[in-house]
Ligand binder design. Structure first.
Ligand SMILES: Nc1ncnc2c1ncn2[C@@H]1O[C@H](COP(=O)(O)OP(=O)(O)OP(=O)(O)O)[C@@H](O)[C@H]1O
Ligand SMILES: [Mg+2]
Length: 508
């Protein structure tokens, strides 16, 4: 007797159908899994055997062969324990034939417990596209899958319950997961931009960065409040829209953060890995492959505090995602892609001692030391920062004398207003000014005559590269959005230029 059961597996966020064929033949008793299974699946053989023995003692002692098709699809993770067990039970005629439109997903415990798997929402989204109508999986994954309305989800905590249903003893309807989608509860932060005194220029730069999703680098001496400013970024970010929210939820599901959750992730991610992070931690990888910090920051912010303390290979690994919005992880036999469209926010001291150009302390570095220190940030990476701003240190007297400035709420309101204007202006086509293509720059960034003149003079004086020119245009467009202006005016160009006030080469 041969049984056929369906399951779904993942490669990155993409789901693929797996057909599980189980044959029961007479011969020397044994249990073989074929179809290029990786070591994880070989381990699952032991789990399946023990779980089946535990919940159902009467499995005939025969030769069991399991074929996982297609053979060339790399199958990872423990998703396939449950469908293989179901295939064996069907082949042994212990349960009835299961529907072809149903897929089984889940890891088995030795006692037959069905455990949740990571990436369940991607499995459910993929299942729908692959023509699967219903999923049988762990209660741990139920709510997450039920977010996808087109697929019916039946959830079980134990293999025994599944056997009872598919033997016909109990109705499957008892295990249907009700859709109880909740909206993520509004988060309150215990930090606020009003904690930062002065530094209104840096706060304005951060506001502009948030509106257009412009990468931002703040450079300044120790204690100037750079980290303080950046750590407050999450307090002003608009929520993810529906499309973004699904992808971000899929990514977090892969690291197991969605189990038992009933809501999509709406909060924009903010990730701040330490400079001691491994390359795989930043880019993603492992087996089964997990997204790294760059992907966990997708549609949110990747904050690299003290960016020049990060190893060179870590910094260079930012290049591809900054260019393409995704990261490709090469593996022995295949490669895999995760989305990684993050806003890069970084801080740095200007030099090793930290006090180059400081108002109060003398710098002890030579110009050549400074050049060497800064060389870790190569031209192509530096080019990715639309905003590069010096943040000066305030004296204690200045700090004591200053009134609290703009609050996070005020800044967020400005951002939301500008975003609304930007979407209306482009009829929803342009989501973020930093992502404008050269063709879109021509279409959506219109300068008045005075602005054109000012830009032309600035190019002559500062010798801007073509790239820098585009950045100034995009930044000025974002600043005009904050002013709710259709046409870019000279003051917008002037402010955009002022947001790039770091001379990278200390000899300049
Ligand atoms: N503008 C400010 N308003 C209020 N407090 C400030 C301000 N600037 C600095 N501080 C105080 O100084 C501390 C250090 O600031 P922060 O850690 O942000 O500095 P930094 O620029 O990141 O320095 P480093 O280069 O050493 O990392 C803050 O915790 C805060 O108490
Ligand atoms: Mg700091």
């Amino acid at each position: 007797m041969i049984s056929k059961v369906k399951s779904v597996t993942l490669n990155g966020l993409d789901a693929y159908l797996v057909d599980i064929e189980v044959s029961f033949t007479t011969g020397y008793p044994g249990f073989t899994i074929v179809g290029l299974p990786d070591t994880v699946i070989q381990e699952s053989r032991e789990r399946i055997k023990t779980a089946l023995k535990h919940v159902y003692n009467e499995i005939p002692v025969k030769k069991i062969t399991v074929n996982l098709a297609p053979a060339d699809l790399r199958k990872e993770g423990s998703y396939l324990d449950l469908p293989v067990a179901i295939g064996i039970l069907e082949a042994a005629e212990i349960i009835r034939k299961v529907s072809e439109n149903m897929a089984f997903i889940g890891e088995l415990g030795l006692d037959g417990q069905i455990r949740g798997v990571s990436g369940a929402i991607s499995l459910a989204l993929g299942a729908k596209k692959l023509g699967i109508e219903s999923l049988v999986l762990s209660v741990e994954n139920a709510h997450e899958c039920a977010i996808v309305p087109e697929v019916k989800t039946y959830s079980f905590s134990n293999l025994n319950q599944v056997i009872e249903v598919f033997r016909g003893d109990v109705s499957i309807d008892n295990f249907l997961t009700k859709r109880e989608l909740e909206e993520e509860i509004e988060t309150n932060f215990d930090i606020d931009y009003s904690d930062v005194k002065g530094q209104e220029r840096a706060k304005r730069a951060i506001t502009i960065s948030a509106v257009g999703r412009h990468n931002i680098l703040l450079m300044g001496p120790p204690g100037s409040g750079k980290s303080m400013l950046m750590k407050r970024f999450p307090t002003i970010l608009p929520h993810l829209d529906d499309e973004e929210s699904i992808v971000v939820t899929q990514i977090y599901s892969l690291i197991g953060e969605m189990k038992n959750r009933k809501s999509l992730i709406r909060k924009r991610p903010f990730r701040s890995p330490h400079h001691s992070i491994s390359l795989a931690g930043l880019t993603g990888g492992g087996s089964p492959p997990k997204p790294g910090e760059m992907s966990l920051a997708h549609r949110g912010i990747l904050f690299l505090d003290e960016i020049l303390e990060f190893r060179k290979d870590l910094i260079e690994s930012l290049r591809q995602p900054l260019e393409d919005g995704k990261i490709t992880i090469s593996r022995a036999s295949s490669s895999l892609t995760f989305p990684a469209q993050f806003l890069l926010a970084a801080c740095s001291n200007p030099c090793k001692c930290g006090y180059f150009k400081d108002r109060f302390n003398p710098c002890t570095c030579t110009l050549s030391d400074i050049k060497k220190y800064r060389s870790k940030l190569s031209g192509p990476i530096r080019d990715r920062f639309d905003i590069m701003l010096e943040v000066p240190r305030l004296s204690n007297e200045e700090l004591l004398g200053m009134k609290p400035g703009k609050t996070s709420e005020e800044m967020k309101n400005e951002i939301l207003k500008a975003k609304k204007f930007q979407l209306a202006r482009t009829k929803g086509v342009v989501k973020n000014n930093s992502e404008l293509s050269p063709k879109e720059i021509k279409k959506y960034i219109i300068l008045d005559d005075k602005a054109k003149k000012l830009l032309a003079t600035a190019i002559d004086n500062h010798h801007f590269s073509a790239r820098a020119y585009d950045k100034i245009l995009k930044l000025s467009r974002t600043i005009a959005d904050l002013d709710e202006e259709e046409i870019v005016k000279p003051q917008h160009i002037a402010e955009a230029i002022s947001l790039r006030n770091i001379k990278w080469d200390p000899y300049d």
